[in-house]
Design a protein around this ligand. Structure first.
Ligand code: FES
Ligand code: MG
Length: 576
């Protein structure tokens, strides 16, 4: 990448600072008020550092320091950094689910970048929805941008065992319910599950989406697996700061990076990682902001061409730190060169080929060779059928193989609370063959499509040793969850999708090889039930929830807001 310097008058920020007249006079005076002399900022690229740091978000709690490293890099390269605090989406603490607020952060990102004197942006995030939110907003503005992943937390430890956040939380909670461990063990586990700042260190949603960002080409090479508290994370943040200034000088906008080819490669990456099903929704939404028409069928198509090579929990054995020292994403992508588009640019290199040159795998157990994959096909299958006319997804590599073709009687729960209250009720007659159905947990009905999709196994079955059952819902599932869980059923039940018509006792057939999910009930009977169906009452009378309910799209199209995802121009505030 050759370096060139732009004429300062061509910078977007010049319209705020450098033009004749009262406004620029006022902006210069107010920048002196911020404590800067004109020679410190005038004519330099203004870089917005969007920071999702918050005291409530343990995954981003180190980002306040990291923003300083980004600024250091921006100064070094001759730019002028300005930090903007933006919403934090804490997967752990925000209720009912941060998914309700992904589009709000995307909107905030877009409007901040548009309304302030910004020439380029560095985006700091990583906890689940924050990655797609920041990139969706930035893609809509289409300035140069670099994403700084928050980085995975240190591996968990308990006694002599290595713990994965999320994954092992579910596992030991089930053990507790089955009476296998007691209060003392549980207290120790509380200390060991999450040992440092940073995002979940399994290949959960956070690691999946930050890896997708790196595969898209919007991070520094190798950035997505640098542990959050490693000194290398500071160095990566500073390098990102230097890089964004070069990108502004080169006028390399996000739209030059976020192409159809880049999204195809991100899909291939996510699938080969055995990553989270949430990536399906987020990548479709992100692609929509880039005017790239990515669909569910693209996931199923690409899944058939890539094997799963990352031996990472929840599907495999290792954690993100192991992946980092095995070579990280550059080494991983170098195993997939035949399916990737190597001639597309990234923020760091003129081509992905150049970016991957010399990348080597240092641990063949963590990043498997093509001759020894964890699974022959990518981790996600897209199902269709009369129960999900617009599609549903299943992470079949995290399921017990015996259940991948299964017919069983449904036990239906109308909502999550009822399910929680009654799942252990013996009168429901739930057996290992039952198909558990949860409805009203979709984008509108949840609301926010909470991660309810891994419905709990009833206590009496857990005690018998049952650890997996077929579960179907219009919800999502945590990236660290596992099991035969059919998710994202579209359209959702709340808007009258066929899931709304299932009754306890109906036979349901799942056949993953045939990509099919069927309710074994005649069309005539379904029509009768549909005629008798009444829509549930609205969830919100006012406020953001009302806007959300009005604008949210279904899972198969990415759950963006209709008014944000549609094509169209937004005028630059100074252009008019
Ligand atoms: Fe933040 Fe898992 S809770 S990444
Ligand atoms: Mg999660």
């Amino acid at each position: 990448m050759t370096d060139r310097t732009r004429d300062p008058e061509s910078l977007r920020s010049h319209q705020w600072y450098g033009t004749e007249g009262l406004r620029s006079f006022s902006h210069r005076a107010r920048t002196r008020q911020l404590g800067y002399l004109p020679e410190e900022h005038l004519g330099k690229p203004v870089i917005a550092v969007l920071n999702t740091w918050s005291d409530i978000n343990p995954c981003h709690v180190h980002l306040r320091d990291r923003a300083q490293a980004v600024k250091r890099g921006v100064w070094q390269a001759g730019g002028f950094p300005l930090e903007f605090p933006v919403s934090t989406l804490s997967e752990t603490f925000q209720k009912p689910t941060p998914m309700l607020y992904r589009n709000m952060l995307a909107m905030e990102t877009e409007e901040l970048l548009r309304s302030y004197p910004v020439d380029g942006a560095v985006l700091l995030g990583g906890c689940d929805k924050s990655t797609p939110a920041l990139l969706m907003g930035a893609a809509s503005v289409d300035l140069p941008a670099v994403f700084v992943p928050a980085g995975p937390m240190l591996p968990g430890h308990w006694r002599d065992e290595v713990l994965g956040s999320g994954t092992d939380m579910w596992k030991y909670w089930d053990d507790r319910r089955a009476g296998l461990i007691g209060d003392a063990e549980l207290a120790e586990l509380e200390n060991g599950l999450a040992r440092s700042p940073g995002t979940c260190m399994t290949m959960g949603t956070a690691s999946t989406l930050t890896a997708a960002a790196e595969a898209l080409g919007v991070t520094m090479p190798g950035a997505s697996s640098v542990p959050a508290v490693d000194s290398g994370h500071d160095r990566m943040a500073a390098a990102s700061g230097r890089r964004i200034v070069a990108l502004v000088h080169r006028e390399l906008k996000l739209s030059a990076i976020l192409t159809w080819a880049a999204y195809e490669d991100a899909v291939a990456t996510v699938l080969a990682l055995g990553g989270s099903t949430n990536a399906v929704i987020h990548l479709i939404a992100m692609a929509g902001r880039s005017q790239v028409p990515l669909t569910l069928d693209d996931f199923d198509r690409i899944a058939r061409t890539v094997p799963v090579l990352a031996n990472l929990r929840p599907g495999g054995q290792y954690l993100m730190e192991d992946f980092h020292f095995a070579g990280g994403l550059p080494a991983f992508l170098a195993q997939l060169e035949d399916v990737l588009h190597l001639d597309r640019p990234t923020v760091a290199h003129d081509s992905l080929r150049e970016q991957l040159a010399g990348a080597r795998v240092h641990n063949r157990e963590v990043i498997r060779p093509r001759s020894r994959p964890l699974a022959q096909e990518g981790g996600v299958a897209v199902l269709r059928g009369n129960l999900c006319p617009d599609g549903a997804v299943i992470k079949h590599i995290a399921a017990e193989p015996r259940l991948l073709r299964h017919t069983g009687p449904a036990v239906v729960f109308d909502d999550y609370r009822t399910m929680q209250r009654t799942i252990n009720d013996p009168s429901l007659g739930i057996t290992a063959d039952t198909v558990l159905v949860l409805r009203n947990a979709g984008p509108k009905g949840g609301p926010g499509m909470p991660e309810y999709g891994m419905l709990p196994i009833p206590d009496h079955l857990l005690k018998e040793g049952v650890r997996d059952m077929v579960r179907i819902s219009d919800a999502r599932m945590s990236g660290t969850s596992y099991g035969t869980c059919v998710l994202h059923v579209a359209p959702e039940s709340y808007v009258g999708g066929p899931l709304a018509l299932v009754r306890t006792g109906d036979a349901v057939t799942l056949d993953v090889a045939a990509r099919s999910l069927r309710l074994e009930v005649s069309d005539e009977e379904l029509a009768r039930r549909r005629a008798a169906w009444t829509p549930p009452p609205a969830k919100y009378e006012r406020g953001y929830g009302a806007l959300y309910s009005e604008q949210i799209t279904q899972a198969d199209t990415g759950c963006d807001f209709a008014f944000l995802s549609r094509p169209g121009e937004v005028p630059d505030p100074y252009a008019g």
